[in-house]
Write a protein of this length. Sequence first.
Length: 291
Amino acid sequence: HLPVHNGVPFQFHEDGFLVLEHFFTAEECDSMRDQIQSVIAEMEVPPHCRTEFSTKEKEQLQAQGSSDYFLTSGDKIRFFFEKGVLDEKGNFLIPKEKSLSKIGHALHAYDPVFKQITHSSKVQELGRKLGLESPVIVQSMYIFKQPGIGGEVTPHQDATFLYTEPLGRVLGFWIALEDATLENGCLWFIPGSHTSGITRRMVRASPGTSTCVEFIGSEPTYEDNRFIPVPISKGGLILIHGEVVHKSELNTSELSRHAFTFHVMEAKDTSWSKENWLQPTPELPFPSLYT
């Protein structure tokens, strides 16, 4: 019930993000939380794959860049850990379910509960309202933001990692499975920062380099006072334009901040960069959002 332009609420055009409170029910959120517990219970992590997930560029290049585990996770369900949860031998220092940073990147394809949520009729209907003609799902992630150790996510634009030509074809759906608050690490946005392109890209490195990915360009320093916090209650959905600048702080609270997020690309007249870390595979071409 928002003022719309071409089917899209003005607010989204203007800010680059849109908050839709109570989009999912508490039951739907709980079904995702229960399901991820079953996924974790089955988790077997080969010690050499115990990659720590980081959004700091140097650490990213070291941990993920040299790791096929990350690079080949686009069509699998894989596990990424917070910093400092493993000893030098790769053994867990805390209970393993408390050590996870995220699980990705194909829950939408291979897990029945997440697949159902991603393709739910209300998500498809929203896609149609937004004017998406041939939307495909490129990736999904379950993010834990663990109490006390849930790491900060530095300011970034999703198109840095999911680059398309033209830009403006990637849209994030971010679902709060628990209340996201100032204390437990809600998202922060720079309203209107989605209109001037991107300054940095993460690309697959040329064969023979020591890392698998590298960055081209650099992320500017954004003044803190330009960010506004966007707390949202359990079941809320935040739509995130691929070029809007956003971040989240370290979770210093005693409560986790679970979220399920997936990215959709308008495939009509769009080319997905062959240099993106994430590539469709013969086993998993990007599935259509519409069923």
